[in-house]
Design a protein around this ligand. Structure first.
Ligand SMILES: *Cc1c(COP(=O)(O)O)cnc(C)c1O
Length: 398
């Protein structure tokens, strides 16, 4: 193992007394982020004003930052662009893919997908008004449903509730064998383990940067288009910054070169600064090391919880190869348990109807954190400390 995880841990702002097991939903603050954002504001925005678009490289950032993300997901350099939100990127990828399969009408997804992906597909189908169908099957049935009716598969590699991981290589090969295209959502993959888009032959991929990548709340999404396709894709969201010559201000749209065509409008330069601070940390990380540590941490958690809290039922695959970097347990009063944990400084989250989720992120978690979290969970479960009214009131974000 080459990555020094006790060093990366020191690079995050981790509040005293908190065990943070929710980096799968929102990564913590890199210590240099505030300074990077301040520097961007004062030295770039403050001093350079509009010249920052050229002189500070703001206009190029969606592609230069995209390259830094590309390394983490096994993509070819120059084929990832950062911007907008993941939901927008899902729409773009899906729209372009559908257009490349004009004779087919089925978008195939599974019931483990995150609702926003399915909602975006529904919205696109309505706008196209061309008889497309969103076919949603159980995750375990996805392979057998990849038939020659399918234009594109829209699959999130790791299930946001259970952590169950699809086999990207196998499903992509199956899709290609029947002439379908693939859109892979890497929301819970990027920064969770090594992803090999190139090796799997993925067609399109999308993701976000505020979960495992630690870019900050609302940091931008990303999109990948395979080099063999990119010049044949027509961007559905044809904004001016995806134009071949944005500053020619031509009256009609012409798609830009390569992945640049997937840009839409003005990038969020302030958000990009905090994302760059996070990517500085990722530059020190080997993804194979990360995966090894992630499996050690999540396995330790499962073993300890099952020994001490038999009333919790594992919702995630037991085989580490079959899951991402989160572990979930079913419990009828999971929401109240999670609130009780949070009140004691152990932060995970809850997903309806009964799932407690815990994310394992080697960049800033070690065995001691996992064991300390387990100890508090054990106290809460064995003492039924969750059984209080104040822990049962649902907040807006769970
Ligand atoms: C987190 C997540 C989203 C969220 O999309 P945003 O547009 O960034 O809010 C979408 N899809 C999946 C699979 C997710 O896990």
């Amino acid at each position: 193992m080459k990555t020094n995880f006790s060093e990366t841990k020191k690079l995050f702002n981790l509040p005293e007394g908190i065990i943070y097991l929710d980096g799968n939903s929102l990564g913590p603050l890199p210590k240099t982020a505030a300074q990077k954002v301040t520097q961007m504001m004062e030295s770039e925005w403050g001093e350079m004003l509009i010249t920052g678009w050229n002189n500070a490289g703001w206009m190029h950032q969606p592609v230069s930052v995209g390259d830094r993300v590309a390394r983490l997901i096994g993509a070819e350099p120059g084929h990832v662009v950062v911007g907008d939100t993941l939901s927008i990127k899902v729409y773009q990828a899906l729209a372009s893919a559908l257009e490349m399969r004009p004779d087919r009408r089925v978008i195939l997804s599974d019931s483990g997908n995150f609702p926003s992906d399915l909602y975006m597909a529904e919205g696109l189908i309505k706008s196209l008004n061309a008889g497309h169908e969103l076919r949603v099957v159980a995750p375990e049935d996805i392979a057998e449903n990849i038939t020659d009716e399918v234009a594109v598969t829209l699959i999130t590699e790791v299930d946001y509730r259970t952590g169950r991981r699809h086999d990207m290589g196998k499903l992509t090969a199956k899709a290609h064998a029947v002439g379908a295209l693939t859109v892979w959502d890497l929301a819970h993959s990027a920064g969770a383990f090594e992803v090999d888009l190139m090796g799997c032959g993925a067609d399109f991929a999308v993701g976000c940067t505020y979960k495992y990548l630690n870019g900050g709340p609302g940091s931008p999404g990303f999109i990948y288009v395979a080099p063999r396709h990119v010049e044949h894709t027509r961007p559905a969201l044809s904004g001016w910054l995806g134009h071949a010559a944005p500053f020619a201000f031509e009256p009609s749209y012409a798609a830009g070169d390569g992945i640049e065509r997937m840009r839409v409008g003005t990038p969020s330069v302030i958000a990009m600064a905090s994302l760059e601070a996070a990517l500085d940390i990722w530059d020190r990380v080997e993804m194979t090391d990360l995966r090894e540590r992630s499996i050690e941490l999540s396995t330790l958690f499962i073993e300890t919880v099952e020994k001490n809290c038999p009333m919790l039922k594992l919702a995630s695959p037991r085989d580490p190869a079959g899951r991402g970097s989160q572990v979930s347990f079913h419990f009828e009063h999971g929401y109240a348990v999670m609130q009780a944990l949070i009140s004691r400084g152990v932060i995970g989250d809850f997903r309806a109807p009964d799932i407690m989720r815990f994310g394992f992120t080697p960049l800033y978690l070690d065995d001691d954190d996992v064991l300390a979290g387990c100890e508090i969970l054990t106290e809460v479960m064995q003492g039924k400390l969750w059984d209080r009214v104040e822990f049962k009131i649902k907040a807006r974000v769970t």
